[in-house]
Design a protein around this ligand. Structure first.
Ligand code: NAD
Ligand code: IPM
Ligand code: MN
Length: 368
């Protein structure tokens, strides 16, 4: 079955479930606007009538400042054992300048639960949302698959002679054959599952000859197994230009952790901003984690200003991943209608607050 393009087929473990089986979802709203947008996502999910059971966890800056806990002992094992998916808001709080809680909770989930494919769709819902001149929804419809467990995010490095004129700071870019191969393979499988014809690998192999030389070799080797999919390559600087000048040829992009982080914010801008962008952190067959692309947005937090659509679309992605595609499509249809009727927040040209936008979408979901 062909899914709604905003409801990507992420390699759903859906078939593992009996039709009416209750899905257990762990919810971690986190900090700032995470605490405002996640309740809206939960409301929309409930309105679909999906058989889901939410369990909330207070892992956040507040909890860390209260008792020093980021993730309780055995927390990641508990998530993997007791839940079918995890729905996350955002982390980041000025009261924790080291950002240690965000690192331990968010990067902890990605690394400890080995969620190696970060799937971030870039799908324009309405021309009015796109900063590109005359771009139509069909012109901006691609997915970025970001490696999520390696690269510059491994926290390998060090500083010597700190605070002296001879200070040296080193941050290592870790790329393993296994890690690169599995995410590239995921991208090709994703293309097949979602009826896309092309996969583009982006790197900086003209400069990062060792690390990205590995990406080049693996992309060629793995790509040879997918005769039906066209293979393309671009350097990441040129890809940024392409994304803005003409995103039409882009379908599936695969890249390393850091480049993926950067180009997915650019991708968010093409969809109307960070408030619109959804993502999934996937290890096929294991408990996976779903979070909007945006952060905790401290300057608008607590003001009922945050756009809940990124989080609501993220919840739809999660439902589709769990095999609840009809429910996911109900949510995506309601989001599309909210955008068309401008029943949205200020960042995307509306006048509604976070709760009012969430409520409007929820009511439409419940009616359909
Ligand atoms: P951010 O995504 O929080 O905000 C960037 C800009 O986008 C701000 O102008 C913000 O107001 C706007 N924005 C973001 N989400 C929005 C929404 N839903 N509706 C309307 N506007 C929205 O990124 P930042 O400002 O670079 O970082 C703030 C904090 O969040 C930092 O502590 C950072 O480390 C953290 N962060 C966390 C995540 C995550 O948890 N996944 C992602 C990015 C940043
Ligand atoms: C993202 C964020 C995170 C990242 C931060 C908050 C660690 O920017 O999810 O895009 O860099 O991956
Ligand atoms: Mn980011």
């Amino acid at each position: 079955m062909l899914l709604h393009p905003k409801t990507p087929n992420t390699g759903a473990p859906g078939s593992q479930f009996a039709v009416s089986e209750r899905r257990k979802i762990a919810v971690v709203p986190g900090d700032g606007i995470g605490q405002e947008v996640v309740p809206e996502a939960m409301r929309a999910v409930r309105a679909t009538g999906a058989a889901v059971e939410f369990t909330e966890f207070d892992w956040s800056a507040d909890r860390y400042l209260r008792d020093g806990t980021t993730v309780p002992p055995d927390g990641f094992a508990m998530l993997a054992r007791d839940f079918n998916a995890v729905l996350v808001g955002a982390f980041g709080d000025a009261r924790v300048p080291s950002n240690i809680h965000a690192k331990e909770i968010l990067l902890g989930m990605r690394f400890q639960m080995d969620l190696y494919a970060n799937v971030r769709p870039v799908k324009l819902l309405d021309s009015s949302l796109c900063p590109l001149k005359a771009a139509k929804p069909e012109d901006v419809n691609f997915t970025i698959i970001r490696e999520n467990t390696e690269g510059l995010y491994c926290d390998v490095g060090g500083v010597v002679k700190q605070g002296t004129p001879d200070e040296v700071a080193v941050q290592e870019d870790v790329n393993t054959r296994k890690g690169v191969e599995r995410v590239i393979r995921y991208a090709f499988d994703y293309a097949r599952r979602n009826s896309r014809q092309r996969v583009l690998m982006t790197d900086k192999s003209n400069v990062m000859t060792y690390a990205h030389g590995l990406w080049q070799r693996v992309f060629k080797e793995v790509g040879a197994e997918y005769a039906d999919i066209e293979k393309q390559h671009m350097f990441v600087d040129a890809l940024c230009l392409q994304m803005v000048r003409d995103p039409r040829p882009l379908q599936v992009i695969v890249t390393n952790n850091m480049f993926g982080d950067i180009i997915t914010d650019l991708g968010a801008a093409l969809q109307g901003g960070l408030g619109m962008a959804a993502s999934g952190n996937i290890h096929p067959g294991r408990t996976s984690m779903f979070e909007p692309v945006h952060g905790s947005a401290p300057t608008i937090a607590g003001k009922n200003l945050a756009n809940p659509i990124g989080a609501i679309a993220t919840a739809a992605m999660m439902l589709a991943h769990l095999g609840l595609t009809r429910e996911a499509e109900k949510i995506n249809a309601a989001i599309l209608e909210a955008v068309r009727q401008r029943k949205v927040t200020q960042d995307v040209g509306g006048t509604l607050g976070t709760r009012e936008c969430g409520e409007w979408i929820t009511e439409l979901v419940a009616r359909n």
